[in-house]
Design a protein around this ligand. Structure first.
Ligand code: R5P
Length: 271
């Protein structure tokens, strides 16, 4: 691996722990103003100090993130379809490599839709991006998207998707946590991070999912809604960090969350 690629990988996966806390804010690229991400700057700014990398589109990066914030960016570079359009899987590349370089990204991210009508197109987009990534020393995050079909998230399907991403040269794969998740991680030679999916019922559910994913071979998270749709997003991300980088157990992370939440409430009440 060349210096640039290694350096960028180290901006995403902390070489000290071998783990990664990525926070995803890219939902608007097909969902528009997602709940609690309506004003991106307000959602993103408080979380910046606790995210190893942030994942978002160039539009939100330029408009809503201070360039002096020292944020490490994984740029979403695929899109072209929307939640109200005919087919979410009909994605193309939305951002040139020249612009990604201009934005000094740590990596670029693209969705693939395995098993969909546009499987071939999205996989070839990924392969093209990997070619460019290798040329310029920029890691590619391959995202195993399921569109509206959340029930697709099982080990058999996700192993297939993750393995294909790795075979095409993806440097990091983002997928969902599922039952028998070890099957997904052991058969994928590239490091895996998990998305959180729609907001879970309790914080403990989020911490348990994160803990189990790490224990079963993930290197970290690339999570969105379960962090910033919570009323205490900073407390949630700090608890997630404790699991990912400090091997906290779910209960310890939950205690940390409660402590931080109480501190926050006292500050608001001026106590
Ligand atoms: C969705 O296509 C985006 O890539 C999101 O970044 C991804 O789903 C992670 O966000 P969440 O944890 O909210 O699922």
């Amino acid at each position: 691996m060349d210096w640039g690629m290694k350096n960028r990988m180290a901006r995403i996966i902390n070489p000290g722990t071998g783990r990664a806390v990525m926070v995803a804010f890219d939902h608007g690229y097909f969902l528009g103003p997602t709940h609690k991400l309506e004003v991106p700057r307000q959602t993103i700014t408080p979380l910046l100090p606790y995210a190893d990398t942030i994942m978002l589109t160039r539009g939100v990066l330029r408009s809503s993130v201070d360039p002096e914030s020292r944020a490490n960016v994984v740029l979403r570079v695929s899109g072209g379809s929307s939640i109200v359009g005919p087919d979410l899987s009909d994605e193309g590349l939305t951002t040139s490599f020249k612009d990604a370089l201009r934005l000094n990204v740590a990596g670029v991210g693209i969705s693939v839709f395995v098993g969909s009508e546009h499987e071939r197109q999205t996989l070839l987009n990924l392969a093209e991006l990997v070619d460019k990534g290798e040329e310029y020393g920029i890691p590619v995050l391959g995202i195993t998207a399921v569109g509206k079909e959340l029930e697709k998230r099982d080990a058999r399907y996700l192993s297939l998707c993750c393995r294909i991403c790795a075979e095409l040269g993806t440097h990091i794969v983002k997928t969902y946590y599922c039952e028998d998740f070890e099957k997904v991680t052991t058969s994928c030679p590239a490091p895996i991070v998990i998305a959180g999916g729609p907001k879970l019922e309790t914080e403990m559910d989020v911490f348990e999912m994160t803990y189990n994913a790490i224990r079963q071979g993930a290197v970290g998270v690339d999570m969105g809604r379960n962090i910033w749709q919570n009323d205490h997003p900073v407390a949630v991300i700090r608890a997630i960090r404790s699991i990912v980088h400090e091997n906290f157990k779910p209960k310890q992370a939950h205690d940390l969350f409660l402590g931080l939440k109480n501190e926050e409430s006292k500050k608001v009440a001026g106590v």
